[in-house]
Design a protein around this ligand. Structure first.
Ligand code: NAD
Length: 442
């Protein structure tokens, strides 16, 4: 019998649990694949002992758990072969490098790292150890996105000359980043990296091209201490934290009746199965809300990107809109492809009705349009999450090889580089050359 492959998980995060721990433990549900017949989870790294203990209590078993600074020892003790990195984005670089140096292959959540300096550290560690990093860019795996890639590969669009991509997050999802660790640039790189990396990787992969230069505008408009949504008193002064939440349109719409406005607990409701505590990451006595003084990232961006081949992209992302999803236009020398895709990330399913799999409209330059309906698939992120689990833990499918679905560290690097260039361009008012940002020859 084939020996079991030994995985260890860094970060018992929401993502770490549902996307990695459960399928490895044979506890995936809702039609998701399980891999416990040929894989095992041998170690966990997380600083929150209470959270980990509650997880063990609920799954009815214990897995050796280590503090982040003991990662190397964990690999030695458990003989882990592959390290899965799924803690907050800002912890990835150090753990990827430590894992590679300790002799592991590495799978990391997106974004691979939070800046281009960290990209260099990761790629140097890959070369030094002769080992590879795979980046879980799951967004590529959604059936709609695979279909678009196949259409591009078929040549029906011709050469893609320009891309129009607008991604909007709804008031529930977009605002949630502003009371979580993502609102701290030191821990997430800012939202042009933490969230934007999904979009930039998708476009880079569709085009099969390298982004070369970025210019962007952006700002913090809705959230933060001067956010437009922040309720104030008659003199324009901030209210008490409790009163602020009571009158806050986000709280009233999404959290009233579920969370106490006088407390600090507020949650996305994603962890429906375990409802684990987060007290180490979010101490209950510490205020955190979407108008906190410390928030210094952006909540809206407009950017243009030039690719090496000459293709250009106009990109916009806004974290506070009435519905979630994207509007895409790909202008080719033979046809234009359009998608308007609505999604509903709210687990209560109440925010906006989501569309099924998606609809692609293909307009040849000369000739009638073709409408292509894509079937929905089970699993999170439009079916992407179960599909990528097969690629990461099972055998890579023929379709995956043909579409080059597995993202390597270079794909991870390009997505991070665009995201970093976006916020740096916003700050400096200048275009940013990506090769230079990555420390390569421009
Ligand atoms: N691909 C996707 O669609 C997708 C979706 C959500 C999140 N993510 C990514 O998954 C990762 C986790 O995000 P999340 O929102 O699920 O996290 P989370 O906030 O739910 O959990 C973070 C966990 O990491 C732990 N932690 C903190 N510091 C750590 C360290 N130094 N080492 C190890 N663990 C540490 C915390 O105690 C906590 O258990 C992030 O990189 C995020 O960008 C990806």
């Amino acid at each position: 019998m084939k020996p079991m492959h030994r995985y260890a998980l860094c970060g018992l995060s929401l993502r770490g649990i549902y996307q990695y721990a459960l399928p490895l433990l044979g506890l995936n549900r809702a039609g998701g694949p399980n891999f416990d017949r040929h894989a095992e989870l041998v170690g966990i790294v997380d600083p929150d002992n209470e959270r980990v203990a509650e997880f063990y209590r609920q799954i009815g078993r214990e897995i050796p758990c280590y503090a982040p600074q003991a990662l190397r020892r964990m690999v030695r003790d458990t003989q882990a072969q592959t390290l899965i990195v799924a803690g907050p984005d800002g912890t990835h670089a150090r753990q990827i490098v430590t894992g590679l140096d300790a002799g592991c292959e590495v799978i990391t959540e997106k974004p691979m790292v939070i800046d281009c300096q960290q990209v260099r550290q990761v790629q140097a560690a890959e070369i030094r150890n002769g080992r590879k990093v795979r980046v879980a860019h799951n967004y590529r795996y959604a059936p709609l996105h695979r279909r678009i890639k196949r259409l591009i590969q078929s040549g029906r669009l011709g050469k893609i000359v320009s891309v129009e991509f607008t991604y909007n997050l709804d008031t529930w999802h977009g605002s949630s980043y502003f009371y979580r660790w993502n609102s701290d640039r030191n821990r997430s790189g800012g939202l042009s990296i933490s969230k934007g990396c999904h979009h930039f990787d998708l476009i880079n992969w569709w085009l099969g091209d390298m982004p070369a230069e970025v210019f962007a505008f952006g700002g913090l408009n809705y959230f933060g201490k001067d956010g437009a949504l922040r309720p104030r008193d008659a003199q324009g002064q901030p209210l008490s934290p409790t009163e602020e939440k009571r009158r806050c349109p986000v709280f009233r719409r999404h959290y009233r009746g579920k969370f106490d406005p006088a407390g600090n607990t507020i949650g996305t409701g994603w962890d429906t199965r375990f409802n684990l505590p987060y007290d180490r990451q979010y101490p209950p006595e510490q205020r955190r809300y979407i108008y906190d003084d410390a928030i210094a990232i952006e909540d809206s961006y407009s950017a243009v990107v030039r690719y090496l081949s000459g293709t250009t992209m106009s990109y916009a992302c806004n974290f506070c809109t009435p519905w979630e999803g994207y509007i895409l236009g790909l202008n080719g020398t033979k046809a234009r492809l359009e998608v308007v895709h609505r999604t509903d990330p709210d687990p209560t399913g109440k925010t906006n009705p989501a569309e099924d799999g998606g609809t692609i409209t293909l307009y040849p330059l000369f000739g009638g349009k073709q409408v292509i309906k894509v079937n929905a698939a089970a699993g999170g992120h439009g079916g992407a999450d179960f599909a990528i689990q097969h690629d990461l833990f099972g055998r890579q499918s023929a379709e995956s090889r043909k579409l080059q679905l597995i993202a390597d560290s270079e794909a991870g690097a390009q997505a991070v580089a665009v995201g970093e260039a976006v916020w740096r361009s916003v700050k400096t008012g200048r275009p940013i050359n990506l090769a230079r940002l990555l420390g390569r020859k421009a």
